[in-house]
Design a protein around this ligand. Structure first.
Ligand code: ADP
Length: 592
């Protein structure tokens, strides 16, 4: 309580007034004491003058006269404070007194002590006074000595008086009491006035403080009333201005923050912000989704958070990272790329780090596919090349002279070269389809005719394998708009597969039909079929169920993937259905 400015002001005022009153009081009391003493001395002087006139010239022998004079004088004296009066000769022998039995004794004997000091000076002709105090320092007696001189200015007698000082002391006590009461009253008034004055100063300060408290809670809507033009008024005005300024600035900051938060919330990259101690200060929804972490992890340590999801990464490692350093973090089916950067204050002091996560699963998949593709292409080309080289070398080593064997070898070389040509042709076509560079030569043509022609083209291999090929037209097909050559290529690929993967003397059916705006072409065989596990992958490039067998049969592993790409480019779909060991049906649906 006493720490408040109000109380400090009151205490200062109190002490000032108290000090002033004490000093003034001390001066007044001292002055008053002096005045009262002087007054008493004056009274004694007067009395001593009167007495001295009466006793001057009376010889010592006439002591009884002196005694009588004293008694008479004492009776009429108007100074009750004079208690004892002694007339002494120069030997300090009492020759008259108002004290019973004092005559003829030495004053020292009467007082039971050394002769009063005032007598020393009076013997030399000067009157003297002395105030005697008791052990507590309080005045109780005034000693007064008055020399009575004869005509030749010689001291012949001394009037020695002892006056009580109770009156003086009482007057002083009364004065002290009055002063104490006045001081108390002044102090009470000081406290009241001081606290009122202090309140007029602290009141506005308290108002400003309570407003500041409200501001700290986020309430900026109240203005303080400016009641004066003094410093407090200026402070209030300044405070109102500050409030307004702060409100505007905070509003701007909130807008910026809102903007930042929306950006962070809706951005596809995951962002985590940590302070230098590694405590998470922000994490956006993308980061939560990518890393599969709990929502409310604000304030947890980065190391703990990552440990919880099985990633070994903490703030120490982040601090050691170079700018733009990338890390790849596989998370289940997804692959994340992480980059970190420090964020700094105005004074270039590092305040924390930002971790940015990008989902590069697709990119990674494409990259892997590309690598596999290159490896597959190289492998597919190397096999026929190796065969060609070894056959040519054997021929060069002399087999060329054995006509029959040489012919056989050359036909192998020829078929391998053919296979390479096929492969390169397929690859080129795929590459064009991939890069959308294919020149689609779209015309209106008769699908049924085209299918018949294609079947005819495959007459020889069908016959060679003793297959029976049946074309079943459920409904007539409408004229079709598309790239005839490419569609023919698709039918060729599918039919070739049916021929290849069906053991000799098999049955191949081509079933065509049209319904609900769609042409369907199904190629059904009763061949070796495709195992369940491989079904989903037969449309992948270079994927072959039985690699060596397929290669033996001249397959490149690209036929179905080319077919799918061409059909999809025509807005259609291609599906495969198969029972391992029983047969396969490939169905094409094309909008027409
Ligand atoms: P390939 O040139 O090897 O025939 P495809 O892409 O045309 O390549 O076919 C991929 C794989 O699918 C083939 O290697 C084969 O294992 C399987 N396959 C395709 N069609 C049939 C079918 N009619 N019967 C059995 N297996 C087939």
């Amino acid at each position: 309580m006493f720490k408040s400015i109000q109380w400090k002001i009151v205490i200062i005022y109190f002490l000032l007034v108290f000090l002033a009153m004490v000093i003034v009081g001390a001066i007044i009391i001292t002055q008053m004491e002096q005045y009262l003493q002087d007054n008493l001395v004056e009274t004694l002087d007067k009395e001593a003058q009167i007495l001295s006139v009466q006793i001057r010239g009376i010889s010592i022998v006439g002591a009884p006269d002196i005694q009588r004079i004293i008694e008479r004088w004492y009776e009429v004296s108007l100074s009750p404070q004079i208690r004892e009066v002694y007339v002494l000769n120069t030997e300090r022998l009492v020759i008259g007194s108002n004290v019973q039995g004092a005559n003829e004794s030495y004053i020292a004997d009467i007082l039971g002590a050394d002769p009063p000091t005032v007598l020393h000076s009076s013997l030399t002709g000067r009157k003297e006074t002395e105030v005697l105090r008791n052990e507590g320092g309080q005045m109780y007696i005034m000693d007064y000595a008055f020399p009575v001189k004869n005509n030749t200015e010689q001291v012949e007698k001394i009037i020695y008086m002892r006056a009580g000082m109770a009156g003086v002391v009482a007057t002083l006590d009364k004065a002290k009491n009055i002063l104490t009461s006045a001081t108390l009253l002044a102090l009470v008034i000081t406290v009241i006035l001081g606290s009122l004055l202090a309140r007029s100063i602290t009141g506005p300060i308290k108002e400003v403080t309570s407003k500041a408290e409200k501001m700290a809670e986020g309430d900026f809507d109240h203005r303080l009333e400016v009641k004066s033009t003094d410093e407090i008024g200026q402070l209030t005005q300044m405070f109102n201005y500050l409030t307004q300024k702060l409100k505007t600035t905070l509003g701007e900051i909130a807008n910026e923050k809102g903007k930042m938060e929306s950006i962070l919330s809706y951005m596809t990259d995951g962002v985590i912000a940590v302070n230098v101690d590694g405590e998470v200060i922000h994490i956006n929804p993308a980061a939560i989704r990518f890393l599969g972490i709990k929502d409310n992890i604000q304030g947890t340590r980065l190391g703990d958070m990552f440990a919880g999801i099985g990633i070994d990464l903490d703030i120490k490692q982040i601090k050691k990272r170079k700018p733009n350093q990338e890390s790849i973090i596989p998370r289940g089916d997804t692959v994340l790329r992480m980059e970190t950067a420090a964020f700094k204050s105005e004074h270039r002091k590092v305040l924390g780090y930002i971790l940015v996560f990008q989902d590069i699963t697709e990119q990674h998949r494409l990259e892997t596919m590309r690598r596999e593709y290159v490896a597959n292409v190289s492998h597919e080309l190397r096999t026929p090349l190796t065969t060609i080289r070894s056959y040519v070398e054997t021929l060069l080593e002399g087999v060329i002279d054995q006509r029959e064997l040489a012919t056989e070898f050359l036909s192998v070389v020829n078929s391998e070269a053919e296979r390479m040509t096929r492969l390169v042709k397929d690859l080129l076509l795929l590459s064009k389809l991939d890069h959308q560079q294919t020149q689609w030569n779209k015309t209106r043509f008769d699908l049924e005719n085209m299918i018949d022609e294609t079947v005819r083209k495959l007459d020889i291999p069908i016959k060679q394998k003793g297959h029976t090929l049946i074309i079943e037209k459920i409904t007539t097909l409408p004229p079709f708009d598309g790239d005839k050559d490419k569609i023919e290529q698709v039918i060729l690929n599918i039919l070739s597969n049916a021929i290849k993967y069906t053991p000799d003397n098999g049955r191949i059916e081509v079933i065509t039909g049209y319904s609900a705006g769609k042409v369907s072409i199904a190629v059904r065989d009763n061949g070796i079929g495709i195992p369940e596990v491989d079904m989903s992958r037969v449309f992948e490039r270079f994927y072959r169920v039985d690699k060596s067998r397929a290669r033996e049969l001249g397959g490149t592993g690209l036929g179905l993937s080319i077919a799918r790409q061409i059909i999809e480019a025509h807005g259609g779909e291609i599906n495969i259905n198969s029972q391992h060991g029983e047969g396969t049906t490939v169905t094409i649906l094309l909008p027409a």
